[in-house]
Design a binder for this molecule. Structure first.
Ligand SMILES: Nc1ncnc2c1ncn2[C@@H]1O[C@H](COP(=O)(O)OP(=O)(O)OP(=O)(O)O)[C@@H](O)[C@H]1O
Ligand SMILES: [Mg+2]
Length: 271
């Protein structure tokens, strides 16, 4: 994908332009998770999760299959209810339901493994649907913003294509543009490249790295350890519904503290 030379987009919500690189994070976290438990019947999928994500922070969420990564993401924008604990987004507690929930949910965009584009809508119409229907943005304005976003993900020339005419990597980039169109304060990515052919994984990771550089607040569930290590500010490692360890990527990958993280890393980095 093309090297981008444009300066970071000042329009990205959730960024913290005042914090010098490497300076400690201060102030209210954008996303705060406190003592969150999640049960499916008798099965406890999340066990006392505490997690803060600050403005502009990019956090990799990693762990074995079934450890609760997707469940945590889904709880963060209330696609799942929580059994106990509290989640706040930008200081506001996520309500159980109602119009307030719709508003707060739109603050946190989500990008899934399966792109979930509407197959009968052109790329641009997939991007404008949310702003028009949920935010009431007039068509001309929504189209203009969508073109800017498609440009940003390198797909301005595909605006009028149907999803079936796009590669998996292109569809996922449309899905990212669609999430950005709602002007979210943070983005959650749940294995955004897992369904992609190897040769298009990087074009999606490049777009994500650009967003990270522009200051977007992101939580990324990924098996792409290079991305976790080189783009993310922090790695959070989950096992069996718990956060077992978290730390700076370099420290986590070179000197994990817990036996569980050591065992996990030796398995995934062995080949
Ligand atoms: N709707 C559900 N009903 C019952 N159990 C569920 C449900 N959703 C998830 N679980 C269980 O919760 C646990 C955590 O699942 P989750 O999908 O969050 O794991 P994950 O870390 O995302 O795994 P993967 O890497 O395979 O995507 C699993 O044991 C799963 O079977
Ligand atoms: Mg999952």
């Amino acid at each position: 994908m093309n090297e981008r030379t444009t300066p970071p987009d000042a329009d990205v919500a959730g960024q913290d332009p005042t914090r010098p690189e490497g300076a400690p994070r201060t102030g209210e976290p954008l996303i705060s998770v406190r003592g969150v438990d999640k049960f499916f019947g008798d099965f406890q999928a999340l066990k006392g999760i505490d997690l803060d994500i600050h403005r502009g922070e990019v956090v990799a969420l990693i762990g074995a299959s079934g450890s609760g990564k997707s469940t945590l993401c889904r709880c963060l924008n209330r696609l799942e209810t929580i059994t106990a604990g509290e989640i706040t987004i930008d200081g506001e507690r996520l309500p159980e339901e109602g119009r307030e929930l719709t508003r707060l949910r739109a603050d946190v965009g989500m990008v899934f493994q399966s792109f979930n584009l509407f197959p009968h809508l052109k790329a641009i119409d997939n991007v404008t649907l949310g702003p028009r229907k949920v935010r009431g943005v007039p068509k001309a304005e929504a189209d203009r913003q969508a073109m800017e976003l498609l440009e940003r993900v390198g797909l301005a020339d595909k605006a009028n294509s149907l999803p079936t005419a796009l590669s998996g990597g292109q569809q996922q980039r449309v899905a990212i543009a669609r999430a950005l169109a709602m002007k979210p304060k943070a983005l959650l990515f749940d294995e955004p490249t897992s369904a992609l052919d190897p040769e298009v994984i990087n074009e999606v990771l490049d777009v994500m790295a650009e967003l990270a550089k522009a200051g977007m607040t992101m939580l990324v569930v990924t098996h792409e350890m290079g991305f976790a290590r080189h783009v993310c500010d922090r790695v959070v490692y989950m096992d069996a519904g718990e956060i077992v360890e978290e730390g700076e990527p370099e420290q986590f990958f070179t000197a994990p503290r817990s036996d569980r993280a050591k065992a996990f890393l030796s398995k995934i980095l062995a080949h």
